[in-house]
Every structure is written in structure tokens, then in C-alpha cells.
Design a protein around this ligand. Structure first.
Ligand code: DX5
Ligand code: ZN
Length: 226
């Protein structure tokens, strides 16, 4: 459980924000209780979609002091980590599947002075990250196959979330457990019950019919007391 006693921390994903009003959307999310901002970087190679680069991190950095978590859905992340660190990322999350030298990439991220996280696709088993657990501050379990917002939460990933929760609880150093994809007021309580403590949410926050604040508040209330 985080020290602030929240059931889960909130990481709204700007992939679902209105890019014509990005600064405003980020500020609204921050005011409504976001704990960090999640930035989804896609290269059209590791995933079948292209999204944003370091200039977006730089722009978001100018409007908020919240931590900026950059999720690198790219092949060869080593080529980009320095640019994203310089742009103002607080943490860089890299996929197990994108990298044949995961340990080295994570070391390089830490040398740049930012936090490192490791990400598992739905088809990747929990044990794939065991050898880098001492080097990371966060493990992200994808609850959809990465590439697009607005997909359905895969309940079959909950077994892996539970396994990782047990593994992380056995360690003396805190490592956060985060989930990403299809997180809504309906699915968030399930992910938290399985052991997630940080929730990434795009569509359910920025695409909420009542606005950004209403979306985030609904998500926060859904896990209160969980
Ligand atoms: C998926 C991205 C997610 C995405 C989540 O490839 O990594 O962060 O923005 O979007 P929703 O919450 O709409 O599933
Ligand atoms: Zn993401």
C-alpha cells in the first residue's frame, strides 16, 4: 500500500487527450487528482501505431510539475532514452519484448538520472523480469496489447498481476506495480484487487462524457476502500 494510504495512484494517459487542448487537459487532470501523467510513445514498428515524441514531453513539462512517466512502445529504446530524459521525463518504462539487452538499457536509464520501469505485454510471463527487479522502481503489466487506446481490459492478465504482487511484496525495496489498458471505473477495482497500485487510464479519463475531472473522480471513487 502506498504511504499516502490511497488504494491506487492515478496515471492519466494523454494518448486519449484532445491534442488541440493538451495543456488544458493536463492541467484539468492534475487538479482532479492525477498523481502522474502517462505519455505513450509509439514508433509504428514495435506497435502498429505512431504517437508522440520528446517535444510532447517537453510541452507537458511546461504546464505541470507532476511526474511524467514515459511509456516507450518502441523498438531499440536505447536510441531514444536520452532525448526523453532531457525532455523532462521523470521515469522511462521499457518493454521486455522490445529489447535483447534489457539489463543494459535499464542501467543506461538510471545513469541518465531518471527512474526505470519495465513493461510486460499480455503474452509475456511474470518471470521474464526477475533478473532486472533490483534495478527498477516500477513494473507495468499491460492489460491490453499495446498500440491503441480504448481497447477492452483483458481479465486473463490478472493471474500475472497476482503473481507479481506476491513477488514484489517479498522484497525489501519498494517497487510499484502498475496496469495499463482498458482501465475504467468497472475494471479498476478488479486490477487493484489483483494487486495493482498504479492505474494508467486514457479513454475513461480524457474521453469521459462529463469531462476530465468527472472521469478521473469516477475512477478514484471506484477503488476507494478497495
Ligand atoms: C496502450 C497504451 C495505453 C493507452 C491506454 O497501448 O499503452 O497507455 O493509452 O488507453 P485506454 O485507457 O483507453 O485503454
Ligand atoms: Zn501506456
Amino acid at each position: 500500500m502506498p504511504v499516502d494510504n490511497k488504494a491506487a495512484r492515478m496515471a492519466p494517459s494523454i494518448l486519449a487527450a484532445d491534442f488541440a487542448r493538451l495543456g488544458d487537459h493536463v492541467i484539468q487532470a492534475a487538479k482532479a487528482g492525477a498523481d502522474r501523467i502517462h505519455v505513450d510513445v509509439m514508433d509504428g514498428h514495435f506497435v502498429p501505431n505512431i504517437s508522440m515524441g520528446p517535444i510532447v514531453v517537453e510541452a507537458v513539462r511546461r504546464v505541470t510539475s507532476l511526474p511524467l512517466e514515459t511509456h516507450l512502445m518502441v523498438s531499440e529504446p536505447d536510441r531514444y532514452i536520452e532525448a526523453f530524459a532531457k525532455a523532462g521525463s521523470t521515469s522511462l518504462l521499457v518493454h521486455v519484448e522490445a529489447n535483447s539487452n534489457l539489463h543494459r538499457t535499464i542501467q543506461a536509464i538510471r545513469h541518465l538520472g531518471v527512474s526505470a520501469g519495465v513493461v510486460l505485454n499480455p503474452g509475456t510471463p511474470a518471470w521474464a523480469i526477475e533478473e532486472v527487479l533490483d534495478l527498477v522502481d516500477l513494473v507495468l503489466v499491460m492489460t491490453v496489447n499495446p498500440g491503441f487506446g480504448g481497447q477492452r481490459y483483458l481479465t486473463e492478465t490478472e493471474g500475472k498481476i497476482r503473481v507479481l504482487r506476491r513477488l514484489l511484496d517479498q522484497r525489501d525495496r519498494p517497487v510499484e506495480l502498475e496496469v495499463d489498458g482498458g482501465i475504467t471505473a468497472d475494471t479498476a477495482p478488479r486490477a487493484v484487487a489483483a494487486g495493482a497500485r498504479v492505474l494508467v487510464a486514457g479513454s475513461s479519463v480524457f474521453g469521459h462524457s462529463g469531462g476530465v475531472a468527472a472521469g478521473l473522480k469516477a475512477l478514484i471513487s471506484s477503488v476507494e476502500g478497495a
